[in-house]
Write a protein that binds this ligand. Structure first.
Ligand code: DGT
Ligand code: MG
Ligand code: MG
Ligand code: MG
Ligand code: MG
Length: 268
């Protein structure tokens, strides 16, 4: 068919193909969730409904989009890692990022009720997205370690801060002053000696965030079958199914990666 005289505008589109042989990471972050959390009365410092909804939405992204091998989330953010060899959407950064962001946002609204029940969603939440490429397994692991370290630092601070306020009777300004210049060891000590709290026994979901990975699970279902020379009857059938599983564990050390050797591709 003849091209219209307007066709030339297509050449204004820029190429945003992601470099080959790199992991493609899409990170989403809730827009102005400081306010969103206030308005929806999120529990401080961690709201399990909100964290559950984030994970549910991330699971939907993994189930609906192709080639995501692991995702990691904490607070109002989630990172999605596409495998190195992915050719999904010709590796176009804008397509990958916008599909992740829109699937996540619509899921967040779609599943809201499952986590917040009758509490209404007051306005449509938004998420920003960015794309980062990592060429080696070490770089990718360091990226994920960076996000989990961020989770740890923030959660330790927030846990002590809100304990000082909620149990220690301090004002938020007093709690802030109290924590100025303190090290992780000081914060652990405040929790332990003043409030009898061992930080390591706090919820793993809050301390470690959530890693979602694909795992094969055997699933047995019963099927009605008619075998030759037999009556039709229920027969158990076992098949292996891929399922998204959640982990709230350390992903900085080697153990997690040794226990799940299929997540990363070989570096060479
Ligand atoms: P942004 O990302 O620049 O648009 O702005 P924010 O406000 O989303 O800032 P960000 O992403 O650095 O920090 C996340 C905010 O979300 C932070 O103010 C605390 C809030 N938030 C996330 N999860 C929870 C939660 O479980 N409970 C409460 N109370 N707040 C939470
Ligand atoms: Mg931000
Ligand atoms: Mg945010
Ligand atoms: Mg954030
Ligand atoms: Mg289209």
């Amino acid at each position: 068919m003849a091209k219209s005289k307007f066709e030339y505008v297509r050449s204004f589109e820029t190429d945003d193909t992601c470099l080959r042989n790199c992991y493609i990471v899409v990170r989403l972050d809730g827009r102005n969730f400081h306010k969103f959390a206030e308005q929806h009365q999120f529990a401080k410092p961690n709201d399990d409904r909100a964290l559950g909804l984030m994970s549910r939405s991330a699971r939907s992204v993994m189930e609906e989009l192709e080639d995501i091998i692991i995702s990691y989330g904490q607070s109002d953010e989630f990172s999605f890692v596409f495998k190195k060899t992915s050719t999904w959407f010709k590796r176009r950064a804008s397509k990958l990022m916008t599909h992740v962001a829109s699937q996540f946002s619509s899921s967040y609204v779609f599943y809201w009720k499952e986590f917040f029940g009758e509490q209404p969603l007051l306005y449509p939440p938004g998420f920003d997205g960015r794309v980062v490429l990592y060429p080696t397994n070490r770089n990718l692991r360091d990226y994920l370690s960076w996000r989990q370290a961020d989770c740890h630092i923030n959660n330790l601070y927030n846990t002590v801060f809100w304990t000082l306020v909620q149990k220690g009777g301090l004002t938020t300004t007093q709690a802030e002053d109290r924590l100025k210049g303190t090290l992780a060891s000081d914060k652990n000590e405040i929790l332990f000696s003043e409030f009898d709290i061992n930080y390591n026994n706090e919820s793993a979901l809050h301390r470690k965030g959530t890693a979602l990975i694909w795992e094969k699970r055997d699933e047995t279902v019963s099927k009605r079958m008619k075998l030759p020379n037999e009556e039709e009857r229920e027969v158990p059938v076992t098949r292996s199914r891929r399922k998204v599983e959640a982990y709230h564990c350390d992903i900085i050390g080697d153990q997690f990666w040794e226990e799940h050797p299929d997540i990363l591709e070989d570096d060479n």
